[in-house]
Design a protein around this ligand. Structure first.
Ligand SMILES: NC(=O)c1ccc[n+]([C@@H]2O[C@H](COP(=O)([O-])OP(=O)(O)OC[C@H]3O[C@@H](n4cnc5c(N)ncnc54)[C@H](O)[C@@H]3O)[C@@H](O)[C@H]2O)c1
Length: 383
């Protein structure tokens, strides 16, 4: 079913195009160039660590008019909008959902609450942006996707990294075939992280790398099966260090390393192909991406002398390394703009509910594997 684009008409006599600083955030409303279109009314639910970043980006995006911030702890919502804001605050989601000026809801609460809050919002006819992971289980996520599709509403998952210039560039390079056939994807996401109470390191950090993998894989390459190991050396009650391996079609392999206990912060992804390889170092702003014209070729025995044929199986290519220029842009700005574009046009978001489901499929399989000490678990997703 196709999605319902937003068609609220601009009220007669209304003028747009102002920006006012209110209580520390900029409330803005500008004509977005679409005749008859008015800003999309949006509410942010959850004003803990991540919610305020969404608030700032919605407030700074002319496509949106931020109307509400909702948190069970109303004082947090009030602190985010500031004392003199016209943005309303509440601890009661039903007040938000009853407001006809609210077209869309962004949910930045703990994963266990995503299903209920997103279901209520879809039920009320609101478009939904939900933080990663889409839901606490694949079954819940699947129900959300069905509900959104049946009602023609946008359901977008905030897989933030997929909206960074670096990941968009990596996707472009892989899809263009410049790397050749994919051989491996190897990511490291480690630092002294906040040990979460409700979820293990796998559910906290792996959604980032799984969503990145999901968004960059070229057509025809799919995750097939997962093995995972985790450890809880500090007695936190769940894994604080985890390693995940994913079998991909075409003899390719992905490996993910997540760790809350590492004294140093590392954010690297190495992607190897049959022609070139690519290193993404997210902590190196002057050289985030490096494309290597280096690799290993299988030697063609026909071209080799007798002795060399016995000695060598492979030949090495040592060409240049190149670092493409990338714009510096806040990824969340890309997220809110993508959400607006999908609400306006009815097209599916780059990181739609189905992308969220594929991530949940791998997370559940990895948890199952971890509980069986690294047994291989097949995946149900088909891309
Ligand atoms: N995209 C990213 O890169 C990224 C980064 C960090 C966190 N997140 C995600 O954002 C979400 C929130 O994480 P956080 O670190 O901000 O958590 P947090 O605990 O700091 O904040 C959560 C807030 O939600 C409120 N809340 C809980 N239940 C609620 C309900 N039913 N109604 C209204 N408010 C409710 C809490 O009072 C709290 O203020 C999680 O899903 C997390 O995975 C995403």
């Amino acid at each position: 079913m196709s999605m319902r684009p937003l068609m609220r008409m601009r009220p007669a006599g209304a003028t747009y195009g102002y920006a006012v600083r209110i209580g520390g955030i900029v409330e803005s409303s500008q004509d977005n160039g679409q005749a008859g279109a008015q800003p999309i009314g949006v509410a942010v639910v959850g004003a803990g660590y991540w919610g305020p970043l969404l608030v700032r980006n919605f407030a700074g995006c002319p496509e949106f008019r931020l109307r509400w911030v909702c948190d069970l702890a109303k004082s947090r919502a009030e602190a985010v909008v500031g004392a003199y804001s016209t943005i309303e605050t509440t601890s009661d989601l039903s007040a938000v959902l009853a407001d006809p000026q609210v077209d869309a809801v962004a949910i930045a609460t703990p994963a266990a609450t995503h299903f209920n809050l997103a279901s209520m919002s879809l039920q009320a006819g609101k478009h939904v942006l939900v933080e990663k992971p889409l839901a606490a289980t694949h079954a819940e996520g699947s129900e959300l996707v069905d509900r959104a599709e049946q009602s023609g509403l946008v359901l977008m998952c905030d897989h933030t990294f997929c909206h960074t210039p670096a990941v968009k560039k990596i996707r472009e390079i892989l899809h263009s075939g410049e790397l050749g056939d994919l051989h491996f994807f190897d990511s490291v996401r480690i630092n002294l992280g906040l040990v979460q109470r409700d979820i293990d390191v796998l559910w906290d950090l792996a959604p980032h790398d799984l969503s990145i993998l999901d968004s960059i894989l070229p057509p025809g390459i799919e995750p097939l099966a997962v093995t995972a190991h985790g450890a809880d050396p500090i007695g936190a009650g769940h894994a604080c260090v985890a390693f995940m391996t994913i079998e991909l079609t075409g003899h390719a392999i992905a490996h993910l390393h997540m760790n809350w206990l590492s004294p140093t912060k590392v954010r690297t992804t190495l992607i190897g192909g049959s022609k070139k390889a690519l290193l993404w170092d997210d902590l190196n702003p002057i050289q985030r991406l490096t494309l290597f014209d280096r690799g290993v070729d299988l030697a063609d025995p026909e071209d080799m002398p007798e002795q060399a044929r016995r000695d060598a199986f492979v030949s090495y290519r040592t060409g240049n390394a190149f670092s493409p220029a990338l714009p510096e842009r806040e990824a969340l700005r890309g997220v809110v703009e993508e959400f607006a574009a999908c609400i306006r046009t009815g097209r599916a978001p780059l990181t739609d509910g189905r992308a969220g489901l594929r991530v949940l499929d791998i997370l559940e399989a990895a948890s199952r594997s971890m509980s069986f000490h690294g047994a291989t678990v097949g995946l149900r997703s088909s891309r």
